[in-house]
Design a protein around this ligand. Sequence first.
Ligand code: HEM
Ligand code: HEM
Length: 186
Amino acid sequence: MKQPLRYPSSVSLLHWLLAIMLVGNLAIGWMLDDKEELLDLHKSVGIAILIMVLIRLANRFRVRHRLPPSVNETGTSAHFAEVAAHCLLYVLILATPLFGWLKTNAAGHATSCFGLFSLPTILPRSRELSHWLGQLHSLTAYGLAALVGLHMLGVLAHWLLRRHNILPRILPLLRRPISSTNRVQE
Ligand code: HEM
Ligand code: HEM
């Protein structure tokens, strides 16, 4: 059977939607020291991200038989690095909003998503716990930012070093055929 060369549109759309929301929320997070009034927006976008990641993972599972094979040969260190980086991206993009929510819990505040619904409060109010969860939230957010940087460098390295432009594999709107030099493991 012919293997797919690109990610299904649903995977690509969710990838780019989440990328935009994530970069936006990182930027808002870094502005919070000077613009405290952005905190509610930051929390709301963060919860929306958490929900979107769960939808993205469920969708990925749904289309698991239609995913293109990796551009890196199985068993190579490049393949290992790719799988590890993608898994860690998913872990951090889940852990960051979760720690944010728990930190808000421990600080004794409600967590509302654009005023539409609120997440439950599951932790007791504790200044110390809130401090440590805040530290963890900050740590995972910085880790996520660094890993997204590496992820983009990886895409660039493929193009510069191996002459593989892998970007069209995950572009939802650009449905032109992928050129033969970019076809891998067919
Ligand atoms: C900003 C946040 C981003 C996150 C969290 C993210 C996360 C991910 C994840 C988890 C995958 C694996 C998809 C899967 O198998 O489920 C992926 C694939 C991919 N991403 Fe991103 N990404 C981000 C931004 C970007 C950007 C800015 C670019 C452009 C350079 C990019 C280019 C790609 C490409 C080309 C693939 C497909 C790799 C392949 O050929 O298998 N991503 N991304
Ligand atoms: C993927 C989603 C999220 C990202 C990328 C993110 C990122 C950030 C960043 C970069 C900061 C600044 C950290 C620093 O400068 O040390 C921050 C602060 C903060 N975030 Fe988030 N955040 C997300 C989700 C959430 C959620 C869902 C909540 C709560 C419901 C939340 C609550 C907070 C709070 C309360 C602060 C201030 C931290 C403090 O004062 O210790 N965040 N966030």
